[in-house]
Design a protein. Structure first.
Length: 308
């Protein structure tokens, strides 16, 4: 317990020493950041999305900065389950903090198979289902924006593993409420809210899209207020914990997500320009708790006061 405050939280049967993790796709496979911060001080390391086979991803340019944000169309580049086990797991399994593996597939069966293989690996902290990636043509978006497919993909993954299962929600829906409920009913232990927002940027000199893929996913500070609202709505709909993310740059941002109903938070785009952000958020949470006489981080969750 640092400074007499209890920061620990639960995701299913997994205990995290603090509620601050890093968001999938913004932290590589942990090893890339090992020289830049002490990974063992994080709540958890969440790795880039992995499917069965290696994926090359989209042509470049794959990222473009926009006002207060970033649009990316990486195209889920990754080493596949086999490549991950060989190249990254030997390092990750030495960490004292849990590794959460973000997984995806192009069919319900593929999600289940990937979940089964990581279950068999032994030592993984939790699995996060990416059902909401807007960057690929098959799979991705349709799972997270179709209630029936969402139920199928969560239920099939649930059957395939005993590991805590986090469903990473798509923001690209009219209301998150039914999707949050379906993910909970199908067996999720937690929800991650939210993934990136579909977006596009154009170079007016060349009249060309700034991304080779034309469109991509918008992240960073510009999405924070919409993400906070989604967390608040999801928190009204389900009993399972919510991991809030979208534009977190400091402890104040993280506290907003917690007050809206999140149990934990993830730092994403900010890792690219300030790799220490997650550690700064942890320190800032402790300071806020001391200042406001709180001794348990869970006292902040859902504490927004709404009088209508
Ligand atoms: C370059 C990049 C790659 C990403 N890759 C993934 C991914 O593989 N799987 C996933 O579920 N989310 C992925 N995300 C989404 C983030 O995990 C996170 O949900 C989103 O960036 C919102 O948080 P932020 O605004 O703090 O970045 C990616 C985001 C970025 C910027």
């Amino acid at each position: 317990m640092p400074d007499g405050v209890n920061l620990s939280i639960q995701i299913g049967n997994l205990t995290l020493q603090n509620p601050v993790m890093v968001a999938s796709g913004t932290f590589g496979y942990g090893v890339e950041y090992a020289q830049l911060l002490d990974l063992n001080r994080l709540g958890a390391v969440v790795v880039k999305g992995i499917c069965l086979k290696p994926v090359r991803g989209n042509p470049t340019p794959r990222t473009v900065e926009v006002t207060s944000g970033l649009i990316n169309a990486i195209g889920l580049q990754g080493p596949g389950v086999g490549g991950f086990k060989q190249k990254y797991w030997p390092f990750l399994k030495t960490l004292k903090v849990p590794t959460i593996i973000n997984i995806w597939g192009t069919t319900v069966e593929e999600y289940a198979e990937v979940a089964r293989r990581f279950d068999a690996l032994g030592g993984v902290g939790a699995l996060e289902l990416n059902v909401s990636c807007p960057n690929i043509k098959e799979g991705g978006a349709q799972f997270g924006t179709d209630l029936k497919l969402l139920a199928q993909v969560v239920a099939a993954s649930r059957k395939a593993t005993k590991l805590p299962l986090i469903t990473k929600m798509s923001p690209n829906v009219v209301s998150i409420t039914p999707y949050a409920r379906v993910a909970e009913e199908a067996g999720s232990d937690a929800l991650a809210v939210t993934n990136s927002y579909p977006a596009m940027a154009i170079d007016i000199e060349t009249r060309k899209p700034r991304l080779a893929n034309v469109t991509g996913g918008l992240t960073g500070p510009c999405i924070k207020p919409i993400a906070v609202k989604l967390v608040w709505e999801a928190a009204q709909a389900v009993k399972i914990p919510i991991i809030g993310m979208g534009g977190i740059q400091n402890a104040a941002d993280a506290i907003e997500f917690l007050m809206a109903g999140a149990t934990a938070v993830a730092v994403g785009t900010a890792n690219f320009y300030e790799p220490q952000t997650a550690l700064q958020v942890i320190a800032g949470l402790c300071e806020f708790m001391r200042k406001t006489n709180l001794d348990d981080i869970r006292q902040i969750t859902g504490s927004v006061q709404i009088t209508k």
